[in-house]
Design a protein around this ligand. Structure first.
Ligand SMILES: NC(=O)c1ccc[n+]([C@@H]2O[C@H](COP(=O)([O-])OP(=O)(O)OC[C@H]3O[C@@H](n4cnc5c(N)ncnc54)[C@H](O)[C@@H]3O)[C@@H](O)[C@H]2O)c1
Length: 360
């Protein structure tokens, strides 16, 4: 039986928009039926990524309202800058269409409360773009811990040592006001992973961080960027598990960009990305074992997130077709932002921040 084609509209066609285009091109039964972006150059690049054959099928809308009012669009992908998400989401949810919104859901506590509450009542699929869950080695790591490989989880350490923030259209990512701050913008991925793995509520967050190396010489209308480029964050969960995040954004020379270690009462499991290796180290007898998780070449080539966008799109499409669950919903998006905002506040005020100060 042939499946109904799902027609996608893209709101925001910058770097992440192109990754969505490349991945949607690989999804059977997905059609890119529309694009909208206020910057003509971004539209032209999107059309180049679509290629001659697909470009004509993708209608260019003057704004999101025009796209959202068109019954020809079934699902929208929101990949505009962070500070636009809350307003775009209010319109997208009101349209009743299926929604995949890039992280973070919003940049302020007021907005994230509002849009996540709206999203919970949304009749269509509502999905938050937490790609890191879908990197195959990370997915295997998450699964192994859930299945008890290391016994009762007690400690989780996530390290991301990577390149500085890239240039964005209009340089929006240089200021915390636009992004929510690095601990929201970038680190919401890791707070999401923590919650997913620990399966408990965060209680308090302590973050020590600052902008010490990157962007110091940059000026935008005379203003100096104000985004954290290195930090240590500790999170206490209400089941007694502690987690930490070690972020460095001037470490592009690292062999691996992400390294995650989980220790339970009977063993330890580590994962290294992009190497794709997992190392299992039982306590007794001491016998560390390494195994490799390969990523499909097609998925790897379609993006810059170790194949994650490809697998996320497959899962989103299954949910839209009613063939699978929503795997990253409004609550996940809400908590990732709350934890990020708590970390930002902690770094600024140099104190541990109780989650109860922010979450309702
Ligand atoms: N999940 C991930 O791993 C991941 C990775 C990169 C970026 N992102 C997210 O994707 C989003 C876009 O990031 P990017 O790197 O593509 O940035 P970008 O600057 O490259 O692209 C953003 C595009 O949105 C357009 N835009 C601005 N205002 C708009 C509006 N009101 N409506 C529609 N389009 C608008 C801009 O003109 C630009 O073309 C951000 O929220 C970012 O956090 C997620």
């Amino acid at each position: 039986m042939t499946q109904k084609t799902i027609r996608y509209g893209l709101i925001g066609t910058g770097m992440m928009g192109y990754e969505h285009i490349n991945n949607l091109k690989l999804m059977p039964g997905a059609e890119i039926a529309g694009i909208t972006d206020p910057v003509p150059q971004s539209i032209q690049l999107a059309q180049a990524f679509l290629g001659d054959e697909l470009k004509d099928k993708a209608k260019v809308y003057p704004d999101r309202q025009a796209m959202l009012g068109d019954p020809n669009i079934d699902a929208v992908l929101i990949s505009s800058p962070n500070f636009t998400h809350a307003d775009v989401l209010r319109d997208a949810i009101a349209s009743g269409k299926h929604v995949l919104c890039e992280k973070p859901l919003a940049t302020t506590i007021e907005d994230v409360r509002d849009v996540s509450a709206l999203a919970k009542r949304h009749k269509g699929v509502f999905w938050v773009g937490m790609e890191y869950r879908y990197m195959p080695p990370a997915a295997r790591f998450i699964e192994e811990i859930a299945q008890g490989k290391i016994g009762r989880l007690q400690m989780l350490a996530i390290r991301e040592h990577r390149f500085p923030f890239l240039k964005k259209v209009g340089d929006w990512n240089r200021f915390s006001k636009n992004t929510g701050g690095t601990m929201v913008e970038k680190c919401c991925h890791f707070f999401d992973l923590m919650r997913l793995i620990v399966k408990a509520k965060p209680v308090r967050v302590y973050c020590s961080g600052a902008m010490d190396v990157n962007h110091l010489d940059e000026r935008y209308d005379g203003r100096v960027p104000d985004i954290i480029d290195n930090s240590y964050t500790i999170v206490d969960f209400d089941n007694g598990v502690r987690a930490m995040l070690d972020l460095c954004m001037f470490a592009e020379g690292s062999k691996n960009q992400e390294e995650i270690a989980a220790v339970g009462d009977s063993g330890k499991l580590e994962v290294f990305i992009p190497d794709g290796d997992l190392v299992f180290s039982p306590r007794r007898p001491k016998n560390p074992q390494t195994f490799h998780v390969a990523v499909d070449e097609t998925a790897l080539r379609a993006g810059t997130h170790h194949g994650a966008s490809y697998y996320q799109h497959q899962a989103f499409l299954r949910a839209v077709r009613g063939e699978g669950p929503v795997e990253v919903g409004a609550d996940d998006g809400y908590w990732a932002v709350v934890m990020g905002l708590a970390a930002e506040r902690s770094a600024k005020e140099r104190r541990a921040v109780e989650i109860s100060e922010l979450a309702l």
